[in-house]
Structure formats: structure tokens, C-alpha cells
Design a protein around this ligand. Structure first.
Ligand code: FES
Length: 95
């Protein structure tokens, strides 16, 4: 079972268990971690962008939506388009 670690702007660190195939956004929202998601998790905004501190290899590959939105360089990913299959640490970007 993947463990996802969220680091928030204020330095708060939260570790949660997730199911394989869940998106980072869904995991955050399910665990009460604030994460913007203006387009509802459909890959049409960039408000859910996060920085992957470790475990990029445990995320689904970048998809067309991320590339269309210009999220093409590490460590940035769209949380709603990134599915976990192993342990990951992400820095939440707050606006
Ligand atoms: S919530 Fe809009 S791109 Fe992820």
C-alpha cells in the first residue's frame, strides 16, 4: 500500500496510506489536506500543481493533459493526473 507524504507551505508534514491508482489530488482531499482544484480534477487548470520531492518513479507517467498545460519538467506534476503506485513525497503549492 503506497504511503504518500504531503509537505504543506507551513512545514506541516502528513503521511497517509493510499490505494494503488489513486490520484495525488484524491488522496489529499480524502485526508483533509487542502489542495486547490479549480477544474474539478480534470486536468484543465494548473491549480493542483505540486512538486514531487521523491518517488517520481512511483507515479503514472506524464499524460497529454499535463503536457497540454505545460507541466513538462520535474519536479512539477498535476496532482489530479498523477496516480500513485508506490511511496511518494509531494510539496503542496498554495496560492
Ligand atoms: S484540478 Fe485542474 S488540473 Fe488538476
Amino acid at each position: 500500500m503506497p504511503e504518500v507524504t504531503f509537505i504543506q507551505d507551513d512545514g506541516q508534514v502528513t503521511k497517509v496510506q493510499a490505494e494503488n491508482g489513486q490520484s495525488i489530488l484524491q488522496i489529499a482531499l480524502d485526508n483533509g489536506i487542502p489542495m486547490e482544484h479549480a477544474c474539478g480534477g480534470n486536468g484543465f487548470c494548473t491549480t493542483c500543481m505540486c512538486n514531487v520531492e521523491s518517488g517520481m518513479e512511483h507515479l503514472s507517467p506524464r499524460n497529454d493533459r499535463e503536457e497540454a498545460m505545460g507541466i513538462i519538467e520535474d519536479p512539477a506534476r498535476l496532482s489530479c493526473q498523477s496516480e500513485v503506485n508506490g511511496d511518494v513525497t509531494v510539496k503542496v503549492i498554495e496560492y
